[in-house]
Ligand binder design. Structure first.
Ligand code: HPA
Length: 293
């Protein structure tokens, strides 16, 4: 697999006209951000050697090379989910390739069920930590030379980026939540008992992506920032049914604020140095929050 990663990266390097250090995985709810990119180059996954091909409805697959707010980026339109049948090595293959292409900062988004009783549908939650409930670990097997065999997982979500998100949200009067994302395999949404369990274990949102990619990014020393859009609510006293369509609809509604935050994050994070020891500030001024309903 490691040779395949190198092969794919070399193939892309030979074609690339820019050399970005920032990448974004455009999860559910970030389609609009793709429209803001001044596209210089787009390469379909199906044309990239060794690349898995996306199958799920609503997830087309391509690498977009371009500028966002003047910053060179690579955007992944479409990602690979474990529930589609891919192995964890396949799910995280693009992140390994991004590392080889020189990516130093990765932004990710996802749609997720909210379990924290303080959350509302449409809220954005900055991921401060995760709980990995996937049945297969992306680093299982031979260790790749990008990182240690037994990686430390403190500050997997970069504290200075989390702090920056708070600053941007305050300026733009966007309401942000903060919390722990629980990564599960799906494709079933949770039973009420499962939502309660994940909440009891310390989760604030739950979803079917992000954790594998973030683990691999962390193993590569890529600093990572992630946001969940709360698309449905589960857990205590909340026996509400959920469907894929509702998830899409709620994510679409949250697009403007998600786009605003991510665009600013990308532009301003370029200027941030790695600062491992800074603690993030999760105060948010309630009275200034933008109405998001
Ligand atoms: N559970 C798991 N994945 C999800 C959910 C959920 O409630 N909502 C959106 N993706």
């Amino acid at each position: 697999m490691y040779e395949k990663i190198q092969e794919t990266a070399s193939w892309l390097k030979a074609k690339m006209v820019t050399h970005p250090t920032t990448a974004i995985i455009l999860g559910t709810g970030l389609g609009r951000l793709a429209e803001e990119i001044q596209v210089e180059q787009a390469i379909d996954y199906k044309d990239i050697p060794n690349f898995p091909v996306s199958t799920v409805e609503g997830h087309s697959g391509k690498f977009i090379f371009g500028k966002l707010g003047g910053v060179d980026i690579i955007a992944m339109k479409g990602r690979f989910h474990y529930y589609e049948g891919y192995s964890m090595k396949e799910v995280t293959f693009p992140v390994r390739v991004l590392y080889e292409l020189g990516i130093k900062t990765l932004f990710v988004s996802n749609a997720a069920g909210g379990m924290n009783p303080g959350f509302k549908i449409g809220d954005l939650m900055v991921i401060t930590d995760h709980i990995n409930f996937f049945p297969e670990h992306p680093l299982r097997g031979k260790n790749y030379p990008t990182g240690p065999r037994f990686p430390d997982m403190h500050e997997t979500y970069d504290p200075s980026l989390i702090k920056l998100a708070g600053q941007i949200a305050r300026e733009k009067k966007i309401r942000l939540q903060y919390g722990v994302y629980v990564g599960v395999q799906g494709p079933t949404f949770e039973t009420p008992a499962e939502y309660r369990m994940y909440r009891t274990l310390g989760g604030d949102t739950v979803g079917m992506s992000t954790v594998p990619e973030v683990i691999v990014a962390h193993h590569c020393g890529i600093r990572t920032f992630g946001i969940s859009v709360v698309t449905d609510l589960g857990g205590f006293d909340n026996p509400v049914e959920v469907s894929h369509e509702e998830v899409q609809e709620a994510a679409d509604k949250a697009q403007p604020i998600m786009t605003e935050i991510m665009r600013e994050m990308i532009v301003r994070s370029e200027k941030l140095e790695h600062s491992k020891n800074e603690r993030y500030n999760t105060d948010h001024p309630t009275e200034e929050w933008k109405s998001q309903s």
